[in-house]
Ligand binder design. Structure first.
Ligand SMILES: Nc1ncnc2c1ncn2[C@@H]1O[C@H](COP(=O)(O)OS(=O)(=O)O)[C@@H](OP(=O)(O)O)[C@H]1O
Length: 376
């Protein structure tokens, strides 16, 4: 109606203004779509490059984090060292003796940054394969202060849960190392995984294996204590450990019991590896004499003995040996709260029954490895 009252000139102007507005809006819309899409695509490409999507997203708490992807590349050596210091849960520095080992710490930091710049990601030459609750974290944290060792901080579970991801994925998780350095990871469940020895030997026949063993009865209680802390409603230790307690019938299908039958698992490993490729760390001596045990670990790995008693102090609050603070930090380095916790109280009679049960397995184990761990 309105345009009937407009002059032809005005009508032309109004039409022109309308067409101009519409084309301007269209141009803006197209520009927004193209720009926005390219931004999203760029980000996706970048993320994919940095971090392949996890197949087990959500399922594997550790793999879902940093080490799941190649971000390890970007994680600086210094940050890694800071992370480890941050895992310390003991702050009573008054009981920490004067710092030592500063030379090796400096050397370590220097080697780490050189490795970060010039090193390559390599498949591990050594693995801490077990046993669960044996003291594997302590061995890893202690050995990684050696300047010629680079270790993956988390458990990749490659040879048990993630084997189908392939060796390239596995290699991608590793820290960069120089040719002279050893690459190491620890996953305690490998020791009881049937396929693990075959898979590891097919990666390399020369892989060095470290096995931290501990009195199987104490190990089982430690294992149970850990499970109970996560699932408070599980049956009692006694209920799970026996099929029939009065008959002394132990339930060997319970993992906490089965893991401690070391000789059975070791026989599987001996089908693929020579005994000389394995080193057994005593979980007990690791606590009473960490420097002695770590001395033997260094010998086994062909490393110069750099980690000595100067690197440790006994932290009375923790009740365990801890690493002395590095010069650059004011924090001592103890393992986290889940390491060295108070065990569930177990009836002495139950402990005796289990000791009896394990004795023949232990004896056979001592004979095979040529060491008496004195668990009986
Ligand atoms: N220095 C030091 N500090 C703290 N804890 C130490 C240390 N050395 C050995 N241990 C013992 O390590 C036990 C935990 O073993 P793992 O690290 O192999 O556990 S896990 O399988 O990785 O969960 C842990 O077991 P629990 O005492 O039962 O908690 C410790 O006894």
């Amino acid at each position: 109606m309105a345009h009937r009252f407009l002059s032809p000139t005005n009508r032309f102007s109004a039409r022109f203004a309308f067409i101009f507005t519409v084309s301007l809006s269209c141009t803006y819309l197209c520009y927004s779509i193209i720009f926005c899409r390219s931004t999203i695509m760029t980000n996706q490409g970048y993320d994919e490059k940095r971090c392949p999507p996890s197949r087990n997203a959500g399922g594997k708490k550790l793999l879902g984090k940093l080490e799941d992807c190649a971000l390890l590349d970007a994680r600086s050596a210094l940050e890694e060292s800071r992370d480890r210091r941050g895992s310390s849960d003991v702050r009573d520095q008054s009981k920490t003796p004067a710092s030592s080992g500063s030379h090796s710490t400096e050397l370590k930091l220097k080697n780490m940054s050189v490795a970060q710049r010039y090193g390559n990601k390599k498949l591990p030459n050594a693995l801490i394969v077990g046993v669960k609750k044996g003291g594997t974290r302590a061995v890893l944290e202690f050995i990684r202060i050696h300047p010629d060792v680079r270790a993956l901080g988390t458990e990749p579970h490659f040879f048990d849960r993630n084997y189908d991801r392939g060796l390239d994925w596995y290699r991608g998780l590793m820290p960069r190392t120089l040719d002279s350095q050893i690459t190491l990871e620890k996953t305690p469940s490998y020791f009881v995984t049937r396929e693990a020895p075959r898979r590891i030997s097919s990666m390399s026949h020369e892989t060095k294996l470290i096995i931290v063993v501990r009195n199987p009865v104490t190990r089982a209680i430690s294992d149970y204590t850990q499970t109970l802390s996560k699932k408070p409603d599980i049956p009692t230790f006694e209920e799970l450990a026996f099929k029939n307690r009065s008959l002394g019938l132990v339930d060997t299908s319970w993992n906490a019991i089965r893991i401690g039958m070391y000789i059975l698992h070791l026989e599987n490993w001996l089908q693929y590896f020579r005994l000389s490729q394995m080193h057994f760390v005593s979980g007990e001596r690791l606590i009473t004499d960490p420097a002695g045990e770590m001395g033997r670990v260094q010998d086994f790995l062909g490393l110069k003995r750099i980690i000595t008693d100067k690197h440790f102090y006994f932290n009375r609050t923790k009740g365990f040996p801890c690493l002395k603070k590095p010069e650059s930090s004011s924090q001592p380095r103890c393992l986290g709260k889940s390491k060295g916790r108070t065990h569930v109280q177990i009836d002495q009679e139950v402990i005796e029954q289990l000791r009896e049960f394990y004795r023949p397995f232990n004896v056979k184990f001592y004979e095979t490895v040529g060491q008496d761990f004195r668990w009986d």
